[in-house]
Design a protein around this ligand. Structure first.
Ligand SMILES: Cc1cc2nc3c(=O)[nH]c(=O)nc-3n(C[C@H](O)[C@H](O)[C@H](O)COP(=O)(O)O)c2cc1C
Length: 321
């Protein structure tokens, strides 16, 4: 069976550009693979399994082009499958990923042993998103190849645990690869993730602000204008805790002061705008607390080059201490 180390051999930097709902697509994923890091997208970013096949074919063709151009196989890519029972497309999307031998499957909101078996069957690997110690234990018992440790402040459905606490807890019972997620923007953050016992950095919000991302210009501008204290964790938009930018919540009619008041939440009152306009990720923009460290919108290549330089400088500096 392929190991993650074999699969990811040749990466320029131990970084995955994380899958992001409404943001990531083949254009962003291919730019990442070309730049030497893992690119990814959620299967649900396309409206149907047939359209997902179109994206998988685009990835195959795009990767062949990169290989012709650079003379070496590009870094693999990942597809994120939401395995929660409420996802009616899981079975069909998984079958499509199996058909196209997607190298890495990232599962979120649960763990499904049959899926792991199916992906291992063609030599693929499975990473599972976890936010608590018991999720991690369940996933490793089911046979996943690596864990994405989603920590406090991460974009999307961020976790609540401190990264030191969580990585150390996972390490007590798992010696496989850990992908650390939450608030990383710089090469020094990647080095710090490795120093604390993780193996790869899993970066989302930083990649919203790249030239290749699908986010519209005002979304990217709001990231430039926001700071960590303006990331609000609330279940008010999607029904479960998720991190959104305060300005975006306000623009959509949410009374953020009320959202922050413990014990006084009344969603009927909070949501003053029309429900269909205000609800959902499309209007209310998610980002992680790392926004305070994002000051530009570079191309993926420029970003990865900078990350690599910062990473090397940090490793040298630590080596000298
Ligand atoms: C806008 C946005 C959408 C996201 N959508 C998904 C998703 O569809 N599936 C998923 O597994 N994670 C999703 N995430 C979480 C990321 O995959 C990743 O865990 C997170 O962005 C890492 O934290 P960071 O944003 O602080 O770097 C999303 C994050 C953001 C910011």
């Amino acid at each position: 069976m392929t190991t993650i180390q074999q699969l990811l051999d040749g990466m320029r930097l131990p970084v995955i550009a994380a899958p992001m709902f409404l943001i990531s697509d083949p254009k962003l994923a291919l730019a990442c693979c070309k730049a030497g890091i893992v690119g990814s997208f959620p299967s649900l970013n396309v409206r149907s399994t047939e359209k997902l096949e179109g994206w998988l074919v685009e990835m195959k063709n795009g990767r062949s082009e990169i290989e012709k151009e650079t003379g070496r196989p590009p870094v693999p890519y990942a597809v994120n499958l939401v395995v929660h029972k409420s996802n009616p497309r899981l079975r069909a999307d998984l079958a499509m990923c199996v058909k196209h031998k997607v190298p890495i499957i990232i599962t979120s909101l649960g763990v499904v042993p049959e899926l792991i078996e199916a992906v291992h069957g063609y030599g693929g690997i499975v990473l599972n998103d976890v936010a608590k110690g018991y999720h991690a234990r369940k996933a490793t018992q089911a046979g996943v190849d690596g864990l994405v440790a989603v920590c406090a402040g991460a974009g999307g459905h961020g976790g609540s645990l401190n990264p030191f606490a969580f990585v150390n807890e996972i390490r007590q019972s798992f010696d496989g690869p850990i992908f650390l997620a939450g608030c990383m923007n710089q090469g020094s953050d990647v080095a710090a993730a490795l120093a604390m016992g993780a193996d790869y950095a899993y970066m989302g919000t930083r990649f919203i602000n790249t030239k290749e991302s699908r986010a519209i210009a005002p979304y990217k501008q709001m990231i430039l204008d926001s700071s960590s204290g303006e990331i609000i964790t609330t279940p008010a938009v999607t029904g479960v805790n998720c991190n959104f930018m305060r300005k975006s919540l306000e623009e959509n009619g949410y009374d953020v002061e009320k959202l922050l008041m413990p014990g006084k939440i009344n969603y009927g009152e909070i949501l003053t705008a029309k429900e269909d306009e205000a609800k959902g990720w499309k209007q209310v923009w998610s980002a992680g607390q790392g926004v305070s460290g994002i000051h530009d919108v570079p191309s993926v290549e420029e970003l990865v080059t900078r990350l690599e330089q910062e990473y090397r400088r940090t490793v040298e500096r630590i080596g000298r201490l």
